[in-house]
Write a protein that binds this ligand. Sequence first.
Ligand code: NI
Length: 174
Amino acid sequence: MAVLPIITAPDPRLKLACEPVARVDDSVRKLMDDMLETMYLAPGIGLAAPQVGVAKRVLVVDVAREGEERTPIRMANPEVLSVSDEMATYEEGCLSVPDHYADVERPARARIRYLDYQGEIREQEFDGLAATCIQHEIDHLNGVLFIDHISALKRGIILRKLTKARRLSAAVEA
Ligand code: NI
């Protein structure tokens, strides 16, 4: 397994709609494993392939708390089959939007169809933090970030700060 570099906003690669995988083969399994290793190290609870520069519909999630046994979920070509009318609000962050957090309202439960690590079709209903996290990651596959769910004013402030932070770190590294 390998740790991959994580792309941060604003970057045009985070705004792309990703392509489905033809099948879950060894290269997709390696991508899933590398993404999990990258996510655990960051640390984060979810990561989507475009965040490591791969425009494919692949994501990984693990919402186990620190100290609990790991419960990794690996998905290819996830589709939202249905969502609850009931909504839930979580304070979200993103490894591609470092150091910024905002409340985002999403459906509290979501039924997802996806290909698992073996390439088998699975359907599963998620709730709680897992439902929010998986919807956040599926958004990434469609070029949508959590800051696209908040006001344009707040989004603009965050993006300007990220651009400024990147310029500063480039200056320090130069
Ligand atoms: Ni994210």
